[in-house]
Write a protein that binds this ligand. Structure first.
Ligand code: AOF
Ligand code: ZN
Length: 339
């Protein structure tokens, strides 16, 4: 087996943490000796042991660790956080070589983990499958590098390009399976946002009720505090925040975020401060267009359902790179990445 194949396995393990580790990155670790895996693990839960700790613990005969190679998808940490530094763990067990996919952008680590390993005489190689690693941890890297959450736009449109009828009487466009898939996606992200009209006309819950997984924190916009107090978004089942330019009201089940002027930049800045690394925006078209105009989006997931409306509210236009196109029980799912 090649270095690349072991790293592929470490990335595969890392991915199992999706939805459970944020705001930490997904990290996998495979420890190899004489071309055999002697232990592997991943960062399973926020606050829990790091990937390296789980991989080392999985090794039955710890003496095998001496002169082994560790494949880690992220630079081993050098800081005392919720756990002691992973770099020290690898040094203590006299690992011979450490192969790393990505450097850790977290200023608490940022190269210092690598330095610790090298200072202890361990061979370190960096950058193997680094593009795959960056895609896997795109939320984590975006949060550190762009100082804003990773933004996913999600909408469903008709074949003739409408996201709603003119009277908004068109809550469901995509099929049941597509909608379950959206619940899965919600479970993978930290937060979800909708605009005023979507909140008003769809009265969405924005939960993961058709999927086993955690609910994202909910955000909606109500500039002038005109929305009905009985909406699902105010049912208290999930922490929910309302962006408003109005007066702060004392209301059960809702936290207000007052902004002088609600803009995509201001929204993302507030959300970033809450250590939220990813945001899925689910409508409506006005909100999509304001984020698209400013280039403040990273990924768009678009369902095209086999219906036509003839007229209505137009779907947003994006110019991005098409990453994938597939059929989802009769709906077409297109995934785009911003350039
Ligand atoms: C690793 N291996 O599996 C992960 C790392 O609060 P803590 O102690 O869990 O530390 C979180 C930081 O540690 C996180 O921001 C990132 O820099 C690094 N994550 N490092 O060596 C791992 N998950
Ligand atoms: Zn660590």
């Amino acid at each position: 087996m090649s270095d690349q194949q072991w790293m592929q396995r470490a990335l595969e393990l890392a991915r199992l943490g999706l939805g459970n580790v944020s705001p930490n990155p997904m990290v996998g670790c495979v420890i190899v000796k004489d071309d055999k895996i002697i232990g592997e693990g991943y960062h399973e839960q926020y606050g829990g042991p790091h990937a390296e700790v789980n991989a080392v613990q999985a090794v039955k005969d710890q003496s095998l660790l001496v002169q082994s190679t560790a494949y880690v998808t992220l630079e081993p940490c050098s800081h005392f956080g919720k756990t002691p530094p992973c770099a020290d763990l690898l040094v203590r067990h006299q690992v011979k070589r450490v192969v790393i996919c990505n450097e850790d952008p977290n200023p608490l680590v940022a190269g210092q983990g690598i330095e610790r390993l090298r200072n202890a005489g361990i061979e370190v190689e960096i950058g193997l499958l680094k593009e795959e690693g960056r895609v896997l941890n795109r939320r984590f890297f975006t949060a550190f590098e762009k100082k804003r959450p990773y933004v996913i736009l999600k909408w469903a449109q008709t074949t003739d390009g409408f996201v709603a009828r003119e009277n908004y009487d068109s809550k469901w466009i995509s099929n049941t399976y597509s909608r379950q898939l959206v619940h899965k996606w919600r479970a993978e992200e930290d937060a979800i946002l909708v605009g005023t009209n979507t909140a008003r006309y769809d009265n969405p819950s924005l939960t993961t009720r058709d999927w086993k997984g955690k609910n994202p924190v909910r955000f909606f916009i109500d500039r002038t505090l005109e929305l009905n107090k009985g909406m699902h978004l105010m049912d208290g089942t999930v922490p929910t925040y309302c962006f408003t330019e109005g007066e702060d009201e004392n209301r059960q089940n809702l936290t207000f975020i007052q902004q002088e002027q609600i803009t995509p930049e201001a929204i993302l800045a507030s959300i970033s401060e809450m250590k939220i690394q990813s945001l899925i925006i689910e409508g409506g078209s006005g909100l999509f267009n304001s984020f698209i105009e400013r280039g403040l989006w990273d990924e768009a997931r678009v369902f095209i359902a086999p219906h036509t409306f003839g007229k209505g509210i137009a779907a947003p236009h994006i110019s991005g790179e098409l990453l994938s196109a597939e059929d989802v029980l009769g709906d077409r799912l297109l995934i785009y990445k911003n350039h």
